[in-house]
Design a protein around this ligand. Structure first.
Ligand SMILES: Nc1ncnc2c1ncn2[C@@H]1O[C@H](COP(=O)(O)OP(=O)(O)O)[C@@H](O)[C@H]1O
Ligand SMILES: [Mg+2]
Length: 440
């Protein structure tokens, strides 16, 4: 039994007591089911259950409302559903996060995925909550410790900041997110794992995160074999868990891996509901879905905490014009680009610093710190422009003092980007200054 006896009983009593509107199946398509008799009673996003004559029950969700018909998309296969089967509308399904969820893995409906009983929290929350009103929101907060030299200095992260992490597959997104989960200063870490394979989920929890990372984390997961409804809901449910902690005044670190899978799940649902595709295969509502998810993170309303967020985006090659990347970039306060060539030469995290920015600068750093950041960027830029020549042996030492300086500091600067920061931001800046010293 997944829940304690009393809670199970209470849940059953609640079910028995409710009278739900009932309709009838009149058409069964490719995963979608048309139902009559519910148009006046159903709401977009309602959960529903189909009672097949065989006795089997199928969970589904209302994805479109038309004159005379309600369209459902089932969570799984619908073999066995027939014309005339009864359909019960259950209303919106919330999630009731509890403080005891820290250290646990849950599904997008708030059920345990780690085989142990899970407590329901005190309040049923809407998984599709609106972002806080702009006027009630606090400002970006102070710089947080990140556990990594590069994010303590060149790409600082402040409380309530939202950044994107853009990379192709296998370049190190999940590994970097796990480093954040372990190293970034926060009260609670909430991680949405959307559309990974089951094996990847287990590996992420057991190896990449480990007991140390899990100690202050809640993972909300939907694997790739689950329906697009469940995968999309995973992003919402995880954000709802983050809001639960934020509303208690906590500083929450929210990590989503990946927004691309969230957008793909939305695309599947929207296309099944009859929305046309545009925007390189994505339906027009995709932009709104991505932005409203991202907008829920950030500084909380007055009197609450903050949700600092990192959203990973899968980009093919380094195509930053790819629709999901393009939509997200506009709403974020910074982006980190990982580069396959850097990963291939073995430097992790494979951050392409020249293409990465944190919009919390210059405010997040002191004037001397900003001067150091500016110097590092200038030298990295000079090296980058001359790199082909340098590697081809075509650069003659002494012909450009800036490039000479860049060549002198490059190995130390490249190493710096890979370094953990076991201490404090001030120590990270001291190491940066040391790496830059040979430039004079
Ligand atoms: N910090 C690191 N140190 C060493 N190897 C790493 C590091 N980060 C990533 N890798 C290598 O890159 C591979 C892919 O990383 P992963 O985080 O799973 O990428 P993604 O999530 O972008 O697909 C890992 O299996 C590992 O071999
Ligand atoms: Mg990954």
């Amino acid at each position: 039994m997944a829940l304690g006896g009393l809670e199970m009983l209470q849940a059953e009593i609640a079910e028995v007591g409710a009278v739900h509107p009932v309709g009838r199946v009149f058409e069964v398509g490719q995963g979608t089911i048309e139902v009559s008799g519910l148009t006046a009673r159903a709401t977009l996003g309602d959960r529903a259950q189909i009672h097949a004559r065989s006795g089997a029950r199928f969970d589904a969700e209302v994805i479109a409302l038309r004159r005379g018909a309600v369209t459902l998309l089932a969570d799984g296969a619908v073999e066995g559903v027939a014309i005339g089967d009864r359909v019960e509308v259950l209303g919106q399904a919330g999630i009731a996060p509890d403080n005891s969820w820290v250290g646990r893995i849950v599904d997008p409906f708030g059920r345990p995925l780690d085989g142990r009983p899970l407590l329901r929290g005190p309040e049923d929350r809407n998984v599709r909550a609106a972002p806080p009103a702009a006027a009630t929101r606090g400002r970006l907060g102070d710089r947080v410790e990140t556990g990594l030299d590069v994010f303590n200095t060149l790409l600082p992260l402040v409380r309530g900041q939202r950044i994107g992490l853009f990379a192709g597959s296998g370049v190190g997104k999940s590994s970097l997110l796990a480093k954040f989960a372990k190293g970034v200063e926060a009260d609670v870490v909430v991680i949405a794992l959307i559309g990974e394979r089951g094996r990847e989920l287990r590996e992420f929890v057991e190896k990449t995160m480990g007991p140390e990372g899990m100690a202050r984390a809640v993972i909300v997961a939907a694997t790739s074999d689950q329906s697009p409804l469940v995968r999309r809901r995973c992003g919402w449910a995880a954000m709802t868990v983050a809001e639960h902690f934020r509303d208690q005044g906590k500083h929450v670190l929210f990590l989503a891996d990946s927004v691309t899978r969230f957008a793909e799940a939305h695309r599947e649902v929207a296309l099944a509901g009859g929305e046309p595709a545009s925007l390189r295969g994505y339906p027009p509502s995709t932009a709104h879905q991505i932005m409203s998810l991202a907008e829920r993170s950030g500084p909380g309303p007055e009197g609450t905490g903050d949700i600092t967020a990192v959203f990973s985006v899968l980009v093919a090659g380094s195509d930053m014009e790819e629709p999901v990347a393009d939509i997200l970039r506009g709403t974020l306060d910074g982006h980190v680009v990982l580069d396959r060539a850097i990963a291939e030469r073995g430097r992790f995290p494979a951050i392409d610093l020249l293409r990465s920015v944190s919009r919390s600068l210059p405010d997040a750093a002191t004037p001397p710190e900003n001067a150091l950041i500016g110097k590092a960027r200038k030298l990295l830029g000079a090296y980058d422009r001359a790199e082909m020549m340098i590697q081809a042996g075509l650069y003659t030492a002494g012909s450009d003092p800036m490039i000479d300086a860049a060549i002198r500091v490059w190995p130390a600067l490249d190493g710096f980007i890979a370094q953990d920061a076991p201490d404090h931001t001030s120590a990270s800046f001291a190491r940066l200054a040391k790496a830059l010293a040979p430039a004079g």
